[in-house]
Design a protein around this ligand. Structure first.
Ligand code: GLC
Length: 822
């Protein structure tokens, strides 16, 4: 440690005296400040009971580490993106009160008396505060922190959780758990020790990068206190500055990474069940989609495709010719995703088992031998994904699937999940009993074992890394697609996420909105829930309502459990079939808009499915709003989630809100009650929206986006939308093979200007027409277009009743400007 200067020492002595008089505030806390030492990657401050290290990652991100030991452990993280900012020195100044640390955007102080921290923005606004009797602690060696909870602060994020949108007043555990959940169950499959706090429009985020089991108490025990405690490791958190919630999410994305641009087909509708048990059943469901013209891009194969549930195998009886079947489906425009669980069947001669055994690839039991549990195949060993060579091996095994033409991988049971060895063989059992003590597992090399308690929450993340990199090596020209049940921050760099075994109940339909919104706030932008519910089966009404909501899940898949009747658009009669077709059509029509937001999410980390407060952070009425959401920045989706509903209550924040595809608009802020029929999905469009739409198609690559319809919802301010296009499947966009086109609308005196500007990129879409549709226009006197060579008259049609103007324009031009004169 560096030397304490004499002033500091005097202050410490004075402080010690005061503390002795007042009695120690927090017995397991840091105690008095000792010395300060500035290092190249941060300032280390020694306290009586531990060390604190404060680093600057970038102007808006400060990292705080604390340990009760006399030195920090080697810096380790499962979550950090390879290109995350590195910890740097932070400007520190000693004062009588403590140590002030600052960046261009933030200023904090750590108190000399007891190490409590306060963080302010540069205008002096207090963002985060720890109470006198709070701050960092090491209760029985467990790292924790207690923060103040201002009465008007709201808390979001925390990954995959049931319950309300705002987590104030709740207590949550972070421990990946296979949990066929009820509406209040906790923990679930994913653990994201991260949250976003919002108070009067100002936000900050905290990411606690500690993979041990941890508990967040968000004012449940004491409404004024936020507490966090992990079972082991160090206290290690990132303070993420806003000022708005979007900037917090963007900064979080810089730390843990973002969901890469998916292949276009993965943004379509997907169909699954446990299981389509043989080739005929697969052919049958696929053909129904094409026969009934319900769009679908993916069919999933659940565990019954395997030979005795052995991963990297096919059941030769049920699936005699997988390559043939997959080729057939491909011709009809379907991709195939297969389930891959981590448990490897213990069976002599089974190559995956033999290779794993021979190379010491399986996780060990701390009492010796490989760790054994029982999952679908019977007794299994689990790959030790902590070892890089195991991740590589696992990735390379996927050649078995890619050689057959399989397009995506579904990782399940990776919390880890399984049962005790002596439980009877499972395959078709729904809820077997007999808990496994996962903490008996150890990872890593024999001479440097790592306890499972540290690895558990990150196991699925490590598996996804191996799978993603394996697929990328095997098919370097295709964007890999993975879906996982378990995860930890950083999972979004490799995989999409679904929310596991929900149920076909109205309660589950309702809770899915806040659940997915909070996952999105946690940077998991490609997420979805089983449409229709996994356990039990929905009524026709519930399925229709679920699909209306589900077409606005980034990951959009119907799935149901074993023994359940068919759960798909064809199982509930003609009315539900029509509703299903209409809403899935809508998803496909919106592809150009949606895909542009997927691109944006890959750059910013901002979710597509957005809580209202993300777009309207200044409007406190949006802070608890969990029955509607934004799809991108412009579409307000208000799905009906109540049985036999005849109306839907919707909150429209400030501004003008059009009904989708209509010039009829309402002025917010306003609470409205929309009458609904079974086929109604209330959809509003924010003024200024420019929404590009594709034609109806059966699967995403069936047709190019031609003609491209561009809808303008007029506003009295200029607005633009950047349409993103590329080949939808390869990585060529990274070397420029994309096209960004900017569409704008701008009111001018007695008229309106619409424009298109070809932006960057060298991707060439097909030669196509553009249909422009303008909602809210006045009756034009004339319309002129300029393709670059001067103004010419444009043909148009105007519907005075609907106040809708339509015109067709050429697209194969650098750009154009259109003047509508009233
Ligand atoms: C788990 C999954 C479920 C899957 C089933 C069989 O319950 O959550 O989606 O269908 O296992 O593989």
């Amino acid at each position: 440690m560096g030397n304490c200067n004499s002033k500091l020492r005097a202050a410490i002595l004075a402080g010690l005296l005061l503390a002795a008089l007042a009695g120690a505030a927090n017995a397991s806390g840091l105690g008095k400040m000792g010395c300060l030492n500035q290092g190249a990657d941060g300032a280390i401050i020694k306290f009586e009971n531990g060390l604190v290290k404060i680093s600057q990652m970038e102007d808006g991100i400060i990292r705080v580490r604390a340990t009760s030991k006399d030195k920090f452990e080697a810096d380790q993280s499962f979550a950090l993106a390879p290109d995350a900012p590195k910890p740097k020195a932070i400007k520190v100044t000693e004062t009588e009160d403590g140590v002030v640390f600052e960046t261009a955007l933030l200023k904090g102080v750590i108190s000399r008396d007891n190490g409590i921290i306060k963080i302010y923005d540069r205008s002096g606004k207090l963002l985060l505060e720890e109470p006198k009797e709070g701050g960092i602690s090491f209760d029985s060696g467990k790292p924790g922190v207690v923060r103040s909870m201002p009465g008007d602060e709201h808390y979001y994020g925390f990954g995959e959780k049931t319950g309300p949108l705002d987590k104030r007043g709740t207590r949550m555990t972070m421990w990946n758990l296979d949990n066929v959940y009820t509406v209040n169950a906790d923990p679930l499959y994913q653990s994201h020790p991260y949250y976003l706090a919002l108070r009067k429009g100002i936000a900050y985020g905290i990411f606690l990068d500690n993979s041990y089991k941890s508990v967040f108490d968000v004012g449940a025990a004491d409404p004024q206190k936020f507490s966090y405690q992990a079972d082991g490791g160090e206290l290690n958190y990132y303070f993420l500055y806003g000022p708005g919630p979007k900037e917090v999410i963007e900064r979080y994305g810089m730390v843990v990474g973002r969901y890469p641009l998916p292949p276009l087909w993965a943004t379509g509708y997907m169909q699954c069940r446990y299981s389509y048990r043989d080739e005929e059943k697969v052919r049958d469901i696929a053909s129904k989609f094409r026969k009934e013209s319900v769009p679908c891009d993916v069919i999933f194969l659940d565990i019954h495709y395997m030979d005795h549930y052995k991963v990297f195998s096919f059941d030769k009886k049920a699936f005699p010719d997988p390559a043939g079947l997959i080729g057939e489906l491909e011709k009809q425009g379907f991709k195939v995703i297969v389930i891959v669980d981590p448990g490897v069947k213990i069976e002599k001669g089974y190559p995956v088992y033999e290779q794993g055994l021979a190379n010491d690839y399986f996780a060990r039991n701390k009492n010796g031998g490989n760790f054994e549990a029982r999952v679908w195949p019977g007794d299994v060993y689990f790959p030790d994904f902590l070892k890089p060579e195991v991740r590589d091996w696992w990735g390379s095994l996927h050649k078995f699937y890619t050689d057959l033409g399989i397009d995506g991988i579904w990782n399940d049971m990776n919390e880890l999940a399984g049962w005790k060895k002596d439980v009877r063989p499972l395959p078709d059992l729904m809820v077997p009993s007999g808990k496994v003590n996962w903490l008996d597992m150890v990872h890593g090399p024999k001479d440097a074992p790592v306890e499972h308690a540290r690895v558990h929450n990150a196991y699925a993340l490590l598996e996804a890394e191996g799978t993603y990199n394996g697929l990328k090596k095997l098919k370097p020209d295709e964007r890999p697609f993975i879906i996982t049940r378990a995860g930890y921050p950083g999972i979004q760099r490799f995989s999409s996420v679904w929310t596991g075994d929900n149920s076909a109940t109205w309660g589950h339909l309702q809770l899915t909105i806040p659940m997915l919104l909070n996952l999105g706030v946690s940077g998991v932008t490609m997420d979805g829930a089983d449409i229709g519910g996994f356990v039990s089966n929905p009524t026709p009404e519930m399925y229709a309502r679920w699909l209306q909501q589900g077409v606005f899940y980034p990951f959009c898949r119907t799935h149901t459990a074993i023994y359940m009747p068919g759960q798909d658009p064809f199982s509930y009669g003609p009315e539900v079939l029509k509703i299903s077709r209409d809403v899935i059509d809508l998803r496909y029509r919106l592809l150009p808009y949606t895909y542009s937001y997927f691109k944006n999410a890959s750059e910013t980390g901002l979710p597509l499915m957005r809580p209202m407060f993300l777009e309207f952070p200044g409007d406190e009425k949006t802070y608890q709003e969990a029955s509607q959401f934004m799809w991108g920045g412009y579409l307000l989706v208000a799905p009906v989630t109540r049985e036999k509903a005849r109306s839907k209550e919707i909150y429209l924040p400030a501004g003008k809100w059009y009904k989708f595809e209509s010039a009829s608009a309402l002025q917010g802020p306003k609470q409205v009650s929309e009458p609904v029929e079974l086929e109604t999905l209330p959809l509003f469009v924010r003024e200024g929206a420019i929404i590009p739409l594709a034609p109806i198609m059966n699967y995403t690559s069936e047709k190019p986006w031609s003609p491209l319809t561009v809808q303008f919802y007029l506003s009295d301010k200029k607005s633009c939308f950047s349409l993103y296009e590329d080949d939808g499947r390869s990585f060529d966009y990274l070397s420029g093979a994309y096209l960004k086109t900017e569409f704008c609308q701008e009111p001018v005196p007695r008229g309106l200007v619409l424009s298109k500007k070809d932006g960057s990129g060298k991707f060439q879409p097909v030669s196509r027409d553009l249909n422009l549709k303008v909602f809210g226009a006045g009756k034009p006197e004339s319309v002129q277009v300029n393709y670059g060579a001067g103004w010419e008259k444009a043909a148009y049609s105007f519907d005075p009743q609907a106040r809708t103007l339509e015109l067709g324009v050429k697209d194969q031009v650098k750009g154009f400007e259109i003047k509508v004169n009233y």
